[in-house]
Design a protein around this ligand. Structure first.
Ligand code: IMP
Ligand code: MG
Length: 177
């Protein structure tokens, strides 16, 4: 499907290859016990399904909905939980699975929130990282790709709910809607 507004930044082959590496690394880093993967809806669903299948160990998956109110290319800074977890995190090894770290506002909020639930450990796996845009300090322990300050779509990432599907990651060119 070609779209003149989209330019491929990361091919689906590169994404899958990197996810296999991340899956092996994470499996090695947690040699024992159950790992609770928490997927941040909706964007990270695609990454979660591929990453969990690349993990050669027991994992549980759960979902959390977070809204940052923004409908355009920037989040407003106001964070709200729209769907909470079904499970307790007390004593658990938790891996937050996110599509992209941008300003860091969402993950900064979430780390504080989940930390209050007394997990044994809490780490972040983000497919993409845009370090130039950081407003709040956030360190993602596992990052697929660092990318420049450009707005990207596909493989779960949307612009106003559009463009989430398909397997590569593309830059949405300036001025496009
Ligand atoms: P943050 O709170 O600014 O770090 O924003 C994180 C959220 O903003 C992500 O979960 C995405 O939903 C969204 N976001 C940030 N950058 C992009 C992008 O380039 N494309 C699509 N969504 C993005
Ligand atoms: Mg998101």
């Amino acid at each position: 499907m070609t779209d003149p507004k989209l330019r491929v930044l990361i091919s689906s082959e590169k994404i899958q290859e990197r996810i296999r590496e991340l899956g092996e690394q994470i499996s090695k880093d947690y040699p024992e016990g159950t790992l609770h993967m928490i997927c941040i809806l909706k964007g990270a669903v695609f990454f979660l399904t591929d990453l969990s299948r690349a993990m050669k160990r027991d994992v549980h998956v759960d979902f959390m909905g977070i809204s940052t109110y923004g409908k355009g290319k920037t989040s407003s800074g106001e964070v709200r939980v729209t769907k909470d977890l079904d499970i307790s995190l007390e004593g658990a090894d938790v891996l937050i699975v996110e599509d992209i770290v941008d300003s860091g506002v969402t993950l900064n909020y979430l780390m504080h929130l989940l930390d209050q639930r007394k997990p044994r450990s809490i780490r972040i796996a983000a497919l993409l990282d845009k370090p130039e845009r950081r407003l709040r300090p956030i360190h993602a322990n596992y990052v697929g790709f660092q990318i420049p300050d450009q707005f990207v779509v596909r493989y779960g990432l949307d612009y106003a709910e559009k463009y989430r599907n398909l397997d590569d990651i593309c830059v949405l060119e300036e001025g496009a809607a």
